[in-house]
Design a protein around this ligand. Sequence first.
Ligand SMILES: [Cu+2]
Length: 257
Amino acid sequence: MLNLLGMPASASAHAGEIDQMIVLVHWLMLVLFVGWGAFFIFVLTKFRRGANPTASYEGAKGKFAKSTEVAVALIEVLLLVFYAIPAWAKRVTNFPSGSDAVIVRVIGQQFAWNVQYPGKDGRFGRTLPTLISADNPIGIDRTDPDAKDDIVTINQLNVPVGRPVLVHLTSMDVIHSFGLYEMRIKQDAVPGMEMPVWFVPTVTTDDMRAKLKDPGFTYEITCSQLCGLGHYRMRGFVTVQSDADFQKWLAEQAPKP
Ligand SMILES: [Cu+2]
């Protein structure tokens, strides 16, 4: 069913759960589509003018239609209670913390994704709107001791495989939407608010290239909210790598004293 729906490859720990729900909802929709379509044709023939020269003012009295409605509503309630609500509850509680978690800030902007890593000290440095310039897209204040080792990248998010990644998501201008399709992540980035969103990547970029037999494959951050004229080109890239490669990358990116 997943291939039938044309879903992107899955590469996060919770992707299976989301996919299961999408598949169930689509099965339900398929049954409803066929069922209601058949019912429509049935009604067209049964109540055709030729067979019913006089209108019946009492109408049809069959119980079938009502019980079908009740059954559909019941299935929808089951999907909501047993799949959607528990899946959502896991996304919005128990955010990863502690030394295992990789914590980053992602700041949407027309039309790029800025990423801030806290550096070795694990503390995000101050950012000030007045310092924003072409060289300093998030306005980081390097005089702040916490900011000295912070790493800032544009349109590039590196994450280690198998470790929880917690993204503090915000926007500096309009509403954007942070979409990582293979991770089954989508969250609006709203100016003035910081939204936490998290996932555990399970397949490195290299492994996914091998799996898909596509050497040019990269995970992408897709802006999923029409945010202006350049919306189409607002995409970033995600590199999922081994923890050793990730540490090496962090060391390479660290600001030189
Ligand atoms: Cu956008």
